[in-house]
Design a protein around this ligand. Sequence first.
Ligand code: UD1
Ligand code: CA
Length: 476
Amino acid sequence: MSEHVEKKMDHLYLQQMMTETTSNLAVVILAAGQGTRMCSALPKVLHTLAGKPLLEHVVCYAESLDPGSIHVVYGHGGEQVRERLSHLQVNWVLQEQQLGTGHAVEQALPQIGTDQTVLVLYGDVPLVKSETLLNLLNRSRESGFSLLTVSLESPAGYGRIVRSSDGRMARIVEQRDASVDELEIREVNTGILAVSGDKLKGWIDELENGNAQGEFYLTDIVEMAVRDGVEIKTVSAATAKEVQGVNDRLQLSQLERAYQRDQAEQLMLDGVTLLDPDRFDLRGTAKAGQDVIIDVNVILQGEVILGDRVEIGANCHIQDATIEEGTVILPNSVIDSAEIGPSCRIGPFARIRPGTKLTASAHVGNFVELKNSQVAEGSKINHLSYVGDSIVGARVNIGAGVITCNYDGANKYRTVIGDDAFVGSDTQLVAPVEVGRGATIGAGSTIVKDAPADQLTLSRSKQTTIKGWRRPQKKS
Ligand code: UD1
Ligand code: CA
């Protein structure tokens, strides 16, 4: 079977699972913890992975399950979290005091129906796959309770999965409450579980905090389930990375690298050449045509679309941009919220700011800044210029050091430059101003009035030479 067909079948299977399992799903995301080890004024879940807050990653994969509701339990730095993520379609639930994971889930329960399945996720575990969660939800339907576990080389810090002699789950014991034998167990609790709402409500009511940390542990519901004859179905995560939480900046950087590596590999498999996949970052989404070549230390951010044969040189930062086929971006260029047409040549060291649109075959050279400007086909702005709020026609040549003076300190004005115009070096175009079609502007001019088409316009004081002038000499 071809890989493509296999992929498609996987997808159909997942869709089928989804309609079966997620119609009455409530997701609870625990995000109230302090995150002390981040050593940060910023709440942990607002720290970013691939440019997106950790909590937003979690909400995104929760949304992929198409649940009936998503509840985010927040607390520490709460207002900051809500403000920064106010665009998310979630129900915010305040946990004023962090009295444990069981207490955190309890805060959301009043808004959850007994007929719902509750999926508990952690706001600081950003890379869980939808397939894994669908699998977990599917298993929960068999008994009303399923739990995601993972086997780790070094399980220190995690709750251990204690199984009875028949292999069934018996309980979870936290690191600080575990015996020497139990500490040897490699299979650990990821914290992610799916449980039926009515059972959960009963068990949460019974939780007590008589443990080493004096907290209401959600994990204690496992023993209650066993007592009530509810078998806990376990699903094991394919990789540790998928269920890895972020506790400090070192772990965050490890997950960032793993995530970036996956994205880089996907792009390469889709036909992009990355000269070094370990020196490439995608913070958002990228669509690329055929035979795109990306040199080292390139960052793509937001939504980036690259046409066939686009080449991006080293150290470019490209954000929310479309770059059409055959265009070459030379090293150290920065492009933000712009559309670049086909067969253009940009950089090195070009800066293209929001609202800029280049048609085909434009050249923008070193130390040129463009902002909110349109440049038509074949025009060249090759050295050290600032062109802002301008409309530049086709085949225009803008000399070195030309500046559009678009701002009078209060308002911004447009500059219009007609097709085939030639603007000499070191000219200031004081907007609002228009340079006619085919006009020539002499070098070093300050143009404050419209320059007529097809004529030479210049503003320059007459050149004089002072006869007999001598340079001053140093006094002895
Ligand atoms: C928890 C599990 C442990 C598991 C581990 C996986 C319990 C008792 N233990 O331990 O078995 O191996 O996660 O990482 O559940 N939170 C709140 N409010 C609270 C307490 C925590 O929202 O009052 C949130 C935290 O922000 C975090 C998550 O719950 O996202 C887990 O809390 P944490 O304190 O990290 O639990 P662990 O001790 O690591
Ligand atoms: Ca933790």
